[in-house]
Ligand binder design. Structure first.
Ligand code: SF4
Length: 145
């Protein structure tokens, strides 16, 4: 079954939330629900309003929501299921070949600085102790096996 843009009937706040989840899915494989309120475009929305919108998007089949363990805390991880942008009038399935269990251990996924972290910036992957520790651990593990 294909879903047409006209069938979606999203309000402006719903469209905003959906667009951010879609963008983050394309860029990073998804986004934690708790992080949504940190996006500038959504700062005018209450967290409860964002949670209601996410539930609606999940019910509509536009977003996939999975409860994951993040350092002992259960958190919702969101992934857009289909894309819908003005430049892409036909909706198409996103093929995100990422298995959550294989990437959740990467420190960037749960990092509070993710959206300020840029190459060459004050916060950067080039000088990040968390990422360095993770990568060294991976190298050690792969050498042992
Ligand atoms: S590189 Fe380090 S600071 Fe940047 S997002 Fe990853 S864990 Fe966070």
């Amino acid at each position: 079954m294909s879903i047409m843009t006209s069938d979606l009937a999203l309000s402006e706040p719903e469209r905003l939330v959906y667009e951010i989840i879609r963008r983050e899915t394309e860029l990073h494989g998804g986004v934690f629900q708790v992080k949504l309120k940190e996006f500038a475009e959504l700062r005018h929305l209450e967290p409860q309003q964002i949670a209601r919108i996410v539930s609606k998007l999940v019910k509509q089949g536009l977003v996939k929501r999975k409860l994951v363990d993040n350092n002992g805390r259960s958190m919702y991880f969101l992934q857009a299921v289909i894309t819908s942008t003005p430049s892409m009038p036909k909706l198409k399935k996103l093929d995100v070949p990422i298995e959550l269990s294989t990437v959740i251990e990467i420190p960037c996924f749960t990092c509070k600085d993710l959206y300020d972290c840029v190459a060459g910036g004050y916060i950067s992957p080039h000088n990040c102790p968390k990422l360095t520790k993770y990568l060294l651990q991976k190298i050690r593990t792969s050498r042992q096996s």
